[in-house]
Design a protein around this ligand. Structure first.
Ligand code: SF4
Length: 707
C-alpha cells in the first residue's frame, strides 16, 4: 500500500501519446503540485501547458462519486449485480453479439485487458471497440500491411538524431508539444530541417523550414509522386536509395511503383492535384532524395481520412525504397493521440484484433482459448465504432457499456449516436466525470477512478510502457475500471478467470500472454516483465517493448532488416490515391477539424482549468480572408455552419493560415460548454476508410453564412 502525501510520486500524464513522466506530490492541505519527471525518457523533465495545469482538473465538484442504477444511488454490490444481470439477460435472449463495449485510450492497460478478456473470452463477442478507432486505426492497419505487425519502428531518440523530419498531417506544436520541443532542440543543435505537410499553417509551421499547404486528401498522391521521383531519379545514386535493402528486405516494389506511376506520373501532375506550385514539389522531392536520416511523423491528418491506411502505406513505401528504417534518425513514425492508444492495441482494444496483437486466425483463437481457459473466445471480428453505433441504432446491439469516453458528442454524426443511445435498452457508463453528454443517457452509471487515483500502466507512441501511479485516495466510492470489470465478471460466473486483486495481477497475466507460444514471430512480447513481483511492479521504470524473457529492452525495431511478415520481408503496398469523393453544394467550403493547444477531447477535464480555457475561450471557425469577404463576413462575426447532418454556431476568425476554400473548427466543445458548436454533429459518418474503419473527420462540406 502506498502511503499518500509522504513523498512525490512518479506517474505519467493522462493526455497525449507523448506519455510524459510526471512527479506529483500532495501537501498537507491537499494541494497537488506537479512537475516534469527529469528521469522519464519521453520528456526529460518538461511538461506542456496541459500537463502543467493538471492540478486544476482534480476537484471533486464534477466527479461521479457513487454508483447509480436507473437514477437511484445504490451500493456497489447492487450496481455490479445490475450490470451482470442486464448483460446476462441480453445475451440469453439475443446472443453474445447483442452486447457491445465502447472503450477508450484513456483506460490503463490493465483496465483494457480486463474488459477485452471479459468480452472476447467470456461473453463471446468481439463487439468491443475503442475511441482509438477515431485516432490511429489507419496507422495500425498500414503497419500490419507494411511491417507484418503493428510495431512502430522508431523511438523519440530518432527525432533527436534525424537530419530531416517530415510532419505529415501533424500539428506537433499543439498536439504533441514536448516532442515538438525536442525537435526544435535538434534543429538548434544539429540543424535538423523540418518540413510540414498540412493544409493549414499551424503552429508547427513556425519552426519549420518548409510548409506544403496541400489540398486536403492529397497526401497519398504526394508520397506516390515521391516514390516515383526517387525511383526514376536517384535509384542508383550514392547509396541514398538503398538498392541492397530493397532487394534483401522488401517485396512488392514493382507493383507499388506501377500503381504510383499511374497515380502520380510526374511532379507537375502532383503539383496540380495537390494545389501547390511545381517548384515547391520539386524542391521538396529533391530534399528528401538527398537526406538519408529522415523521420516521417504522421498523425490525425493522415489517419482521419477515408484513405488513411493507403496514405500510411504510401509513406512506408518511401522509407522502404530508401532503406530509411531500422537505423538512427530514420523511419516512419505514427504519433498517437491518446496516452494509452498503444496499450489498448497491445491487449486487443480494437474490434478486429485479439489480445497480445493477435488476429482472429484459428490458431490465435485457439491459443487464447487455452491460455484463458475461456469457454467461448470470439472467433470473428466485432463491430468497429461507426458500425457499432449503427447496430445500437438498429437495435441489434441492445446493451452497450461505454467506458471513459463520450461518444454522444465525439462520434461523427453524433446526433444520430445520441438518438441511438437514447433508445438503447441498456446503456452503462463508467466514467470519473458525472455529467458527460453520454452519461446523461445512461441507465447505470459507475464511478471510475480518475488520474491521480488510478494505478497501472500505459504505453506511449514510441512503445514505452510507463507506470501511472496513484498519489491520492479514491474519490467517493470511485473504483478502478479493472476492478469494476473484475467484479462484473465474477458476478457473471467467471470468478476463476478473474482472480485479480491488484493491477499488478492483471499486468503479469497480460505480459505472460504476450510471450505465450510466441517464437518471435509476434511482435509484441513483454514476457520478460511477466514475473514482476508486486514491489517490482511498483517501482517499474519506463520499459519499451519488446521485452522478451532473458533480454533487455529493445528500443529501435527492424535493425536487422527483418520484419514480422511470414518471410521477414517488408511489404510495399500498391496505393492509388482515391479519397472518397465529397459532394459539396456550390459555394460550400471543406471543413477540417482538430485540436487546440490547451484542450483535451471533449473538455471534461481540461475545461475545468481556467488557465487552460484562457487560451481559446470559445469555439472559432477559421476562414481565409477571401472566403470571408466572399460571404460578407468580418473577423469576430458570429457565423452559422450547416452540413447535411447538422448545424453549429461559432465566432469567425479570419486568418491567412487557412487555404482558400477550407475551414477549420476545433473539436472540443460540447453541450456542457456550448450547445451550439459540437463538431461531432457537423461531421457525418459516411466517409470511412475501407481497411481500418476509421472515419474521415477532416473533409466535410460545410456552408457558412452570417448568423
Ligand atoms: Fe501531457 Fe502530452 Fe503535454 Fe506531455 S506533451 S505533458 S503527455 S499533454
Amino acid at each position: 500500500e502506498r502511503e499518500f502525501g509522504k513523498e512525490s510520486v512518479r506517474t505519467t500524464c493522462p493526455y497525449c501519446g507523448v506519455g510524459c513522466g510526471v512527479l506529483a506530490s500532495v501537501s498537507a492541505d491537499g494541494t497537488v503540485t506537479v512537475s516534469g519527471d527529469p528521469d522519464h525518457p519521453a520528456n526529460r523533465g518538461k511538461l506542456c501547458s496541459k500537463g502543467t495545469n493538471l492540478p486544476d482538473t482534480l476537484g471533486l465538484a464534477e466527479r461521479l462519486l457513487h454508483p447509480e442504477v436507473d437514477g437511484q444511488r445504490v451500493a456497489w454490490d447492487e450496481a455490479i449485480a445490475a450490470v451482470a444481470t442486464r448483460l446476462s439477460d441480453t445475451i440469453a435472449k439475443h446472443g453474445p453479439d447483442s452486447v457491445a463495449f465502447y472503450v477508450s485510450g484513456q483506460l490503463l492497460t490493465e483496465d483494457y485487458y480486463a474488459v477485452n478478456k471479459l468480452a472476447k473470452g467470456f461473453l463471446g463477442t468481439a463487439n468491443i471497440d475503442t475511441n482509438s478507432r477515431l485516432c490511429m486505426a489507419s496507422s495500425v492497419a498500414g503497419h500490419k500491411r507494411g511491417f507484418g505487425a503493428d510495431a512502430v519502428p522508431v523511438t523519440y531518440d530518432d527525432l533527436d538524431e534525424a537530419d530531416l523530419v517530415l510532419l505529415v498531417g501533424s500539428n506537433l506544436a499543439w498536439c504533441h508539444p514536448i516532442l515538438n520541443q525536442r525537435l526544435l532542440a535538434a534543429k538548434r543543435t544539429r540543424g535538423t530541417r523540418i518540413v510540414v505537410i498540412d493544409p493549414r499553417r499551424t503552429a508547427a509551421v513556425d519552426g519549420a523550414d518548409r510548409h506544403l499547404p496541400i489540398r486536403p486528401g492529397t497526401d497519398a498522391l504526394l508520397f506516390n509522386g515521391l516514390l516515383v521521383y526517387l525511383a526514376d531519379n536517384h535509384l542508383a545514386d550514392n547509396g541514398l536509395i538503398d538498392v541492397r535493402f530493397v532487394a534483401e528486405h522488401t517485396a512488392g516494389l514493382a507493383k507499388a511503383l506501377e500503381a504510383a506511376r499511374a497515380d502520380a506520373p510526374s511532379p507537375a501532375h502532383v503539383a496540380a492535384r495537390c494545389g501547390l506550385p511545381l517548384a515547391e514539389i520539386e524542391a521538396f522531392y529533391a530534399e528528401v532524395a538527398t537526406v538519408r536520416r529522415t523521420v516521417t511523423v504522421y498523425s490525425q491528418g493522415v489517419n482521419q481520412s477515408s484513405q488513411g491506411t493507403d496514405t500510411v502505406n504510401a509513406i512506408l513505401n518511401v522509407h522502404f525504397l530508401t532503406g530509411r528504417i531500422g537505423a538512427p534518425g530514420m523511419g516512419p513514425f505514427s504519433v498517437t493521440g491518446q496516452p494509452n492508444a498503444m496499450g489498448g492495441r497491445e491487449v486487443g482494444g480494437l474490434a478486429n484484433q485479439l489480445a497480445a496483437h493477435m488476429g482472429f486466425e484459428p490458431e490465435s483463437v485457439d491459443r487464447l482459448r487455452r491460455f484463458w481457459n475461456a469457454p467461448r473466445v470470439a472467433d470473428k471480428p466485432g463491430l468497429k465504432a461507426v458500425d457499432l453505433f449503427r447496430a445500437v441504432e438498429a437495435g441489434t446491439v441492445r446493451a452497450v457499456w461505454v467506458m471513459a469516453t463520450n461518444p454522444a458528442v465525439s462520434m461523427p454524426d453524433a446526433a444520430r449516436v445520441r438518438r441511438a443511445l437514447a433508445r438503447c435498452e441498456t446503456v452503462i457508463v463508467s466514467d470519473c466525470i458525472a455529467d458527460t453528454d453520454t452519461a446523461r443517457l445512461a441507465h447505470i452509471r459507475l464511478p471510475a477512478a480518475g488520474w491521480s487515483e488510478k494505478d497501472g500502466t500505459v504505453t506511449n507512441s514510441d512503445r514505452t510502457i510507463s507506470r501511472q501511479r496513484a498519489f491520492r485516495p479514491l474519490a467517493g466510492e470511485a473504483r478502478p475500471d479493472w476492478w469494476i470489470v473484475t467484479q462484473v465478471a465474477r458476478a457473471m460466473g467467471h470468478a476463476a478467470a478473474f482472480p485479480y486483486e491488484t493491477p499488478a495481477d492483471v499486468f503479469r497475466e497480460h505480459a505472460a500472454l504476450s510471450a505465450f507460444e510466441n517464437n518471435g514471430t509476434r511482435a509484441f512480447d513483454i514476457g520478460g516483465l511477466a514475473g514482476l513481483s508486486d514491489a517490482e511492479f511498483e517501482t517499474l521504470a519506463p520499459a519499451p517493448w519488446p521485452r522478451r524473457v532473458g533480454e533487455g529492452p529493445t528500443r529501435r525495431l527492424y535493425t536487422d532488416g527483418r520484419f514480422f511478415t511470414d518471410d521477414g520481408m517488408a511489404r510495399f503496398v500498391p496505393v492509388t490515391s482515391r479519397p472518397l469523393p465529397r459532394f459539396a453544394e456550390p459555394g460550400s467550403l471543406m471543413l477540417n477539424t482538430g485540436r487546440l493547444r490547451d484542450q483535451w477531447h471533449t473538455m471534461t477535464r481540461t475545461g475545468l482549468s481556467p488557465r487552460l480555457s484562457a487560451h481559446a475561450p470559445e469555439p472559432c471557425l477559421d476562414l481565409h480572408p477571401r472566403d470571408a469577404a466572399a460571404r460578407g463576413l468580418t473577423d469576430g462575426a458570429l457565423v452559422s455552419l450547416s452540413t447535411p447532418v447538422g448545424m453549429a454556431l461559432a465566432r469567425l476568425r479570419v486568418t491567412e493560415a487557412q487555404r482558400v476554400g477550407d475551414a477549420f473548427l476545433p473539436m472540443h466543445w460540447t453541450d456542457r460548454f456550448t450547445a451550439s458548436c459540437v463538431v461531432g454533429r457537423l461531421v457525418d459518418d459516411l466517409a470511412v476508410d475501407p481497411v481500418s474503419g476509421q472515419p474521415d473527420l477532416k473533409r466535410m462540406p460545410v456552408t457558412v453564412v452570417p448568423y
